[in-house]
Write a protein that binds this ligand. Structure first.
Ligand SMILES: Nc1ncnc2c1ncn2[C@@H]1O[C@H](COP(=O)(O)OP(=O)(O)OP(=O)(O)O)[C@@H](O)[C@H]1O
Ligand SMILES: [Mg+2]
Length: 455
């Protein structure tokens, strides 16, 4: 190996064997590791299997063509596979326009054939060094993001039951993998979604939320994909959908089981190929979006019942993070309760030092059907009620665990409504559309009630 030579993995691509051979000899002599490809397909296949420090590629592959169009398209496709890899293109003498076009499309440098060995080596070395620095920088950035906490939502998870959740978050958070977050209502699915976004490379871009349970069927498609003026009666002007808004960032699809069936196919397509059209437009747009979805329905049951597409489920749950109900992680209750206490005490300007022992005992034993959200609401109320600097059992107003024997006569109208809604949701596996149907309400009317009752 020569003094000062640098390690680097170079992919060389040309459809002429003699060119490849000459390049291989030259670069090997300089200490580079070489892989070669003779067709666009082989280049893409090689890129799928390993990271290269530089791609050195000819722009013409199909014999008889000298336009370079095939090479230009290939350039774009390579960049979608690896946006960081430097690409150096080779063109025939005199085809300056082609070289310029390639640079415009993101090539880092070009070399004309027949090449000058010294110049070629300078270009390759420079690009390898830049690429190494860039990748190092990206890794550092990712690590820093994991350590940084300011943009992250508070997520309390000390219990053994939450350790697998924490591990999954740190493992898949920084990737672009689609994640499905499941768990009973109020278990913290949105908190997990926000945390995943905050530790990802997309953290500086927006996380856009779509609540599939809260949208009337008619507006759903345009909400997700946007529309063009005149697409339907109310479409007075062009509108950008949530997918486009989330471009470069994360889209959080909440209550995913409620996506109407006719839209499940369209959703599948964006997830598979990253392409979509605004309603009323035939122009295909590309979006780069990481999808995090959440559901409190058991999606495989929804699939079995024919209400949810299996192929869509496979796309969404590359990774599934399941949140255990609060009753299975009672160790977290004291920390969660103290956290909510300090949040609400600050908000309502009340000086409170904590819970007296019987109050804490009550919190530890409560069934928490509504999970962390219910705990939060109970503490908020207790903060308002508490006197003399301490939360006592009476402030918590926890009900004795005799829910099943509640008589309708003893309930207020609101309590009855909330009770029936809960029943309907449980019967339909959390599917808002079906529950709304059974209750004789529109989806949005039901949704408003869910919010009102904190369900
Ligand atoms: N581990 C946690 N640490 C701190 N706060 C939490 C945690 N989990 C949930 N919360 C809080 O509890 C409330 C409910 O959480 P979140 O909205 O994420 O639940 P969810 O699973 O999305 O509920 P739903 O199914 O009803 O949409 C929020 O106020 C959230 O901040
Ligand atoms: Mg939620």
């Amino acid at each position: 190996m020569k003094a000062g030579s640098i390690e680097g993995q170079v992919l060389i691509a040309d459809d002429q064997q003699d060119v490849l051979e000459a390049l291989r000899l030259l670069l090997k002599g300089e200490g580079f590791r070489i892989e070669s490809a003779t067709s666009p397909g082989a280049i893409l296949a090689a890129m799928e299997t390993r990271d290269f420090d530089v791609v050195l590629m000819d722009l013409n592959y199909t014999r008889d063509t000298t336009s370079g169009q095939e090479g230009l398209d290939l350039l774009t496709r390579i960049q979608t596979l690896d946006s960081a890899v430097p690409i150096v293109v080779m063109t025939a003498w005199g085809s300056v326009d082609l070289a310029v076009e390639a640079m415009r499309r993101g090539a880092r440098d070009f070399i004309q054939k027949p090449w000058d060995n010294a110049r070629l080596m300078t270009i390759i070395r420079t690009q390898v060094e830049l690429s190494a620095a860039l990748r190092r920088g990206q890794r550092l950035e990712a690590e820093n993001r994991l350590l940084r906490t300011e943009n992250r939502p508070t997520m309390i998870a000390d219990s053994p039951a939450m350790q697998p959740v924490l591990q999954l978050i740190s493992r898949v958070g920084p990737s672009d993998a689609n994640v499905l977050v499941t768990g009973e209502p109020g278990t913290g699915k949105e908190v997990v979604a926000r945390t995943l976004h905050a530790v990802s490379g997309r953290a500086s871009r927006p996380m856009v939320t779509v609540n599939a349970g809260g949208l009337a069927e008619g507006v759903f498609e345009s909400e997700l994909f946007g529309h063009v003026k005149g697409a339907f009666t109310d479409a007075k002007m062009d509108r950008v959908g949530r997918f486009e808004l989330a471009d470069g960032g994360t889209l959080f699809l909440d209550e995913i089981a409620n996506v109407p069936q006719n839209l499940q196919a369209k959703l599948l397509r964006v997830l598979e190929v990253g392409e979509m059209e605004r309603v009323g437009s035939s122009k295909t747009r590309r979006v780069d979006v990481r999808v995090i979805s959440a559901s409190n329905a058991v999606l495989p049951d929804e699939v079995a019942a024919g209400r949810f597409r299996q192929d869509l489920l496979f796309r969404l749950n590359t990774i599934e993070i399941h949140l255990p109900p609060l009753r299975e992680r009672r160790e977290d209750i004291p920390l969660l309760a103290s956290h909510f206490l300090s949040v609400h005490a600050r908000r309502y300007r009340k000086a409170l030092s904590g819970f007296d022992p019987p109050a804490m005992q009550g919190l530890l034993e409560n069934p928490w059907q509504g999970n962390v959200r219910e705990l939060n609401h109970v503490i908020e109320r207790a903060v308002l009620m508490a006197q003399n600097g301490m939360v006592r059992p009476a402030d918590l107003a926890l009900r004795p665990a005799s829910q099943g024997t509640t008589r309708l006569e003893d309930m207020s109208l609101e309590e009855v409504e909330a009770f029936l809604i809960k029943k309907a949701l449980a019967r339909y596996n959390g599917n808002v559309s079906h529950a709304a149907n059974a209750l004789g309400l529109s989806r949005s009317a039901l949704y408003r009630r869910l919010q009102r009752y904190g369900l």
